[in-house]
Write a new protein. Structure first.
Length: 525
C-alpha cells in the first residue's frame, strides 16, 4: 500500500508520517525541546506534516529556548558518582513522593504508605473520596450526581457556611500548576500522562501537607491517638528522613497551594494560619535538634522545596559572617596559598598543640579558630544525619549559582579526616559521635572529599588558613617539634609521668652520692 502524500511549500511531494510514531529529532535538538514540540503541535498537524510545520517548529524552538533560559531546575536526579559514596542515603525507605520515582518498584513498606496517602486524602475530603476514572474525570462513589461547582454545604455551626473540600477543587488547582511543576524537574517527565501527574500532585501533596499540619504542636486528639503513623516514633523518624531526599521532593508552591485550600476549609472564620514553612521546620527539627528553629527561617528567600527550606535554617549566621567578611575561595585543596603545606589532619593538629573544643548551642556551620583552639559544633553521625548532609550537598551541586555551604562543610571535614585515628581524636573531644566504627566514618568522609570535584572551601577558607598557619609554625620550628614530642611521649599518661619522675629522683640521688663521695675524698687529702 502506497504511503499518503503531503505537500510542502516548495511543491515537492514527501511521505507524511503520523505524529503518533516517533520522529527522529535533529542532532542539536534536546529531548526536552522535541517532547515540547510534539506535545504542543497544532491540531492541523496531527494527520500530516503540513505547510506550516517548519515555521511553527522554529517558533516553538525560540519559545522553548527563551523559557528555558529564564527557568532553573531545582529537583534533580542524584549523580552516579554521589551514589557511589553511599547509595542508600538517597533512596527512600518508606515513602515515595513526586514523579522522579513514580516508576520505581515498591516493597511492602512503601505499599503500606501508599495506603496511608489515600487515607490522609480521604480524611481531608471528610470521607467523600472520589474515584479517578481512566478518562481523567472524577465521579463520586457516595452519590450519583456531581457535587455543586462551589462545593458549598450548610452546617449547623453557629450559622456559618463552611467550604467542603472536594477532589475537583484540588485537581483543578493542580492542573493550573502542572506545567510550572514539570519545569522544576531536570529529568524529562513529559512521558507521564497529564492525568497521572495531576493525581500524583494531589495525593502526594495532600499527604505531606496533612502530615505537617497534624504533627505541628502535636494536639492529642482522638484522630491522632488512633493514627498508626502519628503515634509511632520510628515511622515518623523514617518519614522525616524520606521527605528530605532530593529525589523525593515536590515544589513548595504546590504544597503552599494545597495548604491554602486546606486552611480555608479548616478555618471558616479565615483565621490566620501558621505558615507552612514553620510547620515544616518544626516537623524536621528532631533530625538535628536545635532551639528556636523557626527564628532561623529566612522570610525573604525564595523557597524551592522542603529540603531547601530545612537547609536554609542552618545558613543564617553563616550568611551574616560572609556578608561581613566577604567571600574567600580556595583554588587548591592540597596547597592553599602556594606556600603552605596544609591542610593538616586532626592527628597532625593534635600533635601541633591545637585544641579541639565542642561548641554547643551553635549551628553546624558555626566553626571558629582562635588562640590555638578550634571550636566546632558537635555532629552526631547516624544513617539519618548522613543521608541529610549528602542530600544537602547533592542539592547544592544541582542548582544554578548555588550557595555551597554544606559542600564546603564536607570539604572541611575532608581536610580534618584521613584515617580512623583522626575520628578517634575528634570523638575523644566529643566533636563527632558516631554509631558505627571510626574506619567506616573516615572512609565515608574521604570518599566525599574525592567526589567533590571543586575543592573550594568557601566560607571555611579563613578558618583552615589560620589553622594551617599555626601548624606551619610548629612544624618549621625544630625546638617546638622536639619539645612537644617529648611532652607527647613522656607525659602522655600518669604512669609515664611517674616513671620519669622516679628516674629523675634516682638520677639526683646518684649525683648527690657521687658528690659526697668525692667531697669526702678531697677533704681527707
Amino acid at each position: 500500500m502506497s504511503q499518503p502524500l503531503a505537500y510542502v511549500s516548495s511543491g515537492i511531494k514527501v511521505p507524511s508520517r503520523p505524529i503518533s510514531k516517533p520522529l527522529i529529532p535533529p542532532g542539536n535538538l534536546s529531548s526536552f525541546f522535541w517532547a515540547h514540540i510534539l506535545s504542543t503541535m497544532p491540531k492541523d498537524a496531527n494527520e500530516h506534516l503540513g505547510p506550516a510545520f517548519v515555521p511553527w517548529v522554529k517558533q516553538s524552538l525560540r519559545q522553548g529556548i527563551a523559557s528555558s533560559a529564564k527557568s532553573s531546575t531545582t529537583i534533580d536526579k542524584i549523580p552516579s558518582n554521589w551514589r557511589d559514596v553511599r547509595n542508600d542515603a538517597f533512596n527512600p525507605e518508606m515513602i515515595r513522593i513526586g514523579p522522579l520515582r513514580t516508576n520505581d518498584g515498591r516493597d511492602n513498606r512503601q505499599w503500606f504508605t501508599e495506603e496511608h496517602k489515600a487515607r490522609f486524602l480521604n480524611r481531608l475530603l471528610e470521607g467523600e473520596l472520589e474515584q479517578w476514572r481512566s478518562d481523567g474525570d472524577m465521579s463520586g462513589t457516595a452519590e450519583e450526581e456531581r457535587l455543586s461547582v462551589d462545593c458549598e454545604r450548610g452546617e449547623d455551626d453557629g450559622g456559618r457556611v463552611a467550604k467542603a473540600l472536594c477532589l475537583d477543587d484540588l485537581a483543578e488547582a493542580m492542573r493550573t500548576l502542572e506545567h510550572k511543576t514539570k519545569a522544576f524537574y531536570s529529568k524529562n517527565i513529559n512521558t507521564i500522562p497529564d492525568v497521572n501527574f495531576v493525581m500524583m500532585m494531589v495525593v502526594d501533596g495532600c499527604f505531606v501537607v496533612e502530615l505537617l499540619r497534624l504533627c505541628f504542636g502535636n494536639p492529642r486528639t482522638k484522630a491522632i491517638e488512633d493514627d498508626p503513623i502519628l503515634t509511632n516514633p520510628h515511622i515518623l523518624t523514617t518519614l522525616r528522613r524520606d521527605l528530605l531526599l532530593l529525589e523525593n521532593q515536590l515544589p513548595f508552591f504546590v504544597l503552599e497551594k494545597l495548604y491554602e485550600l486546606i486552611s480555608k476549609k479548616k478555618n471558616p472564620d479565615h483565621q490566620q494560619a501558621v505558615p507552612l514553612e514553620e510547620l515544616a521546620v518544626t516537623f524536621f527539627n528532631p533530625l538535628l535538634p536545635r532551639q528556636n528553629v523557626i527564628s532561623k527561617l529566612d522570610a525573604k528567600k525564595r523557597k524551592h522545596h522542603l529540603l531547601d527550606i530545612f537547609r536554609s535554617t542552618f545558613l543564617k549566621s553563616a550568611r551574616e559572617k560572609v556578608d561581613n567578611k566577604g567571600k574567600n575561595r580556595v583554588k587548591s585543596r592540597s596547597n592553599l596559598d602556594g606556600s603552605m603545606r596544609g591542610p593538616y589532619f586532626a592527628s597532625e593538629l593534635n600533635e601541633a598543640g591545637v585544641k579541639f573544643k565542642e561548641w554547643r548551642g551553635h549551628d553546624l556551620l558555626d566553626i571558629e579558630f582562635g588562640r590555638r583552639t578550634l571550636w566546632v559544633p558537635p555532629l552526631s553521625l547516624n544513617d539519618n544525619t548522613i543521608s541529610l548532609l549528602l542530600n544537602f550537598v547533592a542539592y547544592e551541586l544541582s542548582v544554578n549559582h548555588p550557595e555551597s555551604f554544606f559542600t564546603n562543610y564536607l570539604m572541611f571535614w575532608g581536610c580534618l579526616v584521613n584515617s580512623p585515628r583522626d575520628i578517634q581524636i575528634l570523638h575523644k573531644h566529643r566533636i563527632i559521635s558516631n554509631m558505627g566504627s571510626e574506619k567506616a566514618v573516615a572512609e565515608l568522609l574521604m570518599r566525599c572529599r574525592e567526589v567533590i570535584s571543586n575543592p573550594d572551601l568557601g566560607y571555611f577558607y579563613d578558618k583552615i588558613e589560620k589553622v594551617n598557619h599555626c601548624c606551619q609554625q610548629y612544624y618549621e620550628s625544630k625546638f617546638d617539634f622536639w619539645w612537644r614530642s617529648l611532652i607527647r611521649e613522656r607525659f602522655s599518661s600518669p604512669w609515664t609521668c611517674l616513671s620519669l619522675f622516679a628516674a629523675i629522683i634516682l638520677l639526683l640521688l646518684t649525683i648527690l652520692q657521687t658528690f659526697y663521695t668525692m667531697y669526702a675524698y678531697y677533704r681527707q687529702h
